[in-house]
Design a protein around this ligand. Sequence first.
Ligand code: ADE
Ligand code: ZN
Length: 342
Amino acid sequence: MDSLDTALSRLPKVELHMHIEGSLEPELMFELAERNGIKLPWGSVEEIRQAYEFSDLQSFLDIYYAGADVLRTEQDFFDLTWAYLERCRSDKVRHTEIFFDPQTHTYRGIAFETVIEGITRALDEGREQLGISSRLIMCFLRHLSAEAAIETLEQALPWQRHIIAVGLDSSEKDHPPEKFQAVFDRARSEGFLTVAHAGEEGPADYIRQALDLLKVRRIDHGVRCVDDPDLVARLIAEQVPLTVCPLSNIKLRVFDKLEDHNLAELLRAGVCVTINSDDPAYFGGYIGENFSATASALNLSLADIDRLARNAIQAAFLDAERREDLLIELDNWRERCELGCG
Ligand code: ADE
Ligand code: ZN
């Protein structure tokens, strides 16, 4: 292992863009299908992995929603979340902010309560047993109606203490942020923070809409901002964080290859970019692999890695004390790297 790999493996990480349903590994999918008496459209784990060839976001979402059908009980949501947290432990993730998509489940007749209780029980145990702090972000599916999003927000109110923010995901093209302005207004008035996927496949204008109409604190993806130089200048001036997911962008063909990714260009221009995994079970890697593949494809320096990790700590929805602790951990890591100990 060379010294950058060692440094990356020891880097204390913060993840800000990870869909819990997207961490469903084929092995667990099979196990849950069996436990719940469900017949999957695939015959084996290998066959599932072979199906993970995507031409764009929609071709992925079709498979992702089919896979999520095995999640039925509170224990299923616990097992899913716990498996992700165990990966966090080996990747040195110290804090994670995960998305969940309640509509993917309530539309199949699974109670909101089943979903949130399984996820939060695992997050609580992760905090106690693994020392991993976490936040939960509830996403609205943008291919569904604004009315359905309002209904989902109302269902979430009794569980609000578990949910820090609302977000917007699923098929971006032709589903602009403005469609969800009213529900985001309502969410903010109830005390939720807001984030949104924008500028993944959709135009730079959707990033502007997310900022101006949905008043988001972070943009998820946002890589298409480069089509609008004034917008890039604004992102830098306002230090709006972008939660970038490099391996996802390659799998969903946002960029042809990792060497073409604009993350380093944005980082060096002063945009507050961060590295995340999106749907790690589908895109060939968790946050650790995203850091190492990106560092090698884009020749990231130790200073670049430090900046990315620092950006994520600054962009996280953390209290001051935890933020300070994580910054100290990062300073210690940097110092150790500079002493040449990796
Ligand atoms: N849901 C899960 N992953 C997503 C992505 N990359 N973009 C939009 N919606 C998603
Ligand atoms: Zn995403």
